[in-house]
Design a protein around this ligand. Structure first.
Ligand code: PLP
Length: 248
């Protein structure tokens, strides 16, 4: 993209400022938590941002992007939006759409059933690839949300030993919408404890390496409680305009 109008230039400037500000907040949150900056990876949640804007964000220093809808991911991937970047799927994946991402994204953060893992294993065997996944946990059993109940995890973690291509690399979670930061913080602490408990059980083919939690409104608390991946949309790209694209 050539930046050639004042509006483009302003948009680029604003994005650069947002990135710098988010980066600084992550740095400070790590410092306060006594963690190294390298322990936390920034995933830019780029839904509803077009390919040009993603390319621009990449030029301004972002190199990990997360999409939450498979179709949108495919369209923008086709346009070369993520070239030179690491791409994650962070939204719910239906089994019948698994073929569009299996072995083609660095991380599926939102795997939530044994059936899905089996499908991914089959697809990866077919196309000669492997797939890292996180298990999405629905910690509080919220009806409105996808994700695995904690009680469903052991069965799935035990089954992981049967897979040779799909590798479980950690957990992902989204706290309930809440204005109460203390509640979120408690949620993050419980996720971290679950993460530790699972890693101590030493399941075959299960590595608790990544804990994905924290979004624009609460990522500092998530970092304080051990997040290794934070997924930021609004803090980087500004408020999303769901109207113009007519999706979600
Ligand atoms: C959109 C999205 C985010 C980012 O949300 P913000 O509040 O805008 O930072 C994070 N995770 C998932 C799964 C998302 O869909």
């Amino acid at each position: 993209m050539t930046v050639n109008t004042a509006a483009d230039e302003n948009a680029a400037l604003e994005l650069r400022e947002n990135i710098d500000r988010a980066e600084e907040r992550i740095r400070l949150a790590c410092e306060r938590a006594g963690r190294r900056r390298e322990e936390v990876k920034l995933v830019a949640a780029s839904k509803l941002n077009g390919s040009e804007r993603i390319r621009l964000a990449h030029r301004l220093g972002l190199n990990v992007f997360g999409e939450n809808r498979v179709q949108e991911l495919c369209e923008k991937r086709e346009q070369g939006a993520y070239e030179g970047c690491e791409l994650h799927l962070i939204g719910h994946l239906q089994r019948n759409k698994a073929r569009f991402v299996a072995g083609q994204v660095a991380l599926i953060e939102s795997a939530d059933s044994l059936e899905l893992l089996r499908e991914l294993e089959k697809l990866c065997a077919k196309n000669g690839s492997t797939q890292d996944v996180l298990l999405e946990v629905n910690l509080l059993g919220e009806e409105s949300k996808t994700g695995l109940a904690p009680a469903a995890l052991p069965r799935l973690l035990e089954a992981a030993g049967d897979f040779s291509r799909v590798h479980i690399r950690g957990l992902m979670g989204i706290p309930p919408k809440s204005e109460n930061t203390l509640e979120n913080r408690r949620y993050f602490a419980r996720m971290h404890q679950l993460f530790i408990d699972i890693s101590e059980k030493k399941y075959d083919n299960v590595q608790m390496a990544e804990l994905s939690m924290g979004m624009s409104a609460d990522f500092e608390d998530a970092i304080a409680e051990g997040a290794t991946l934070v997924r930021l949309g609004t803090a980087l790209f500004g408020a999303r305009d769901y109207g113009t694209l007519g999706c979600i």
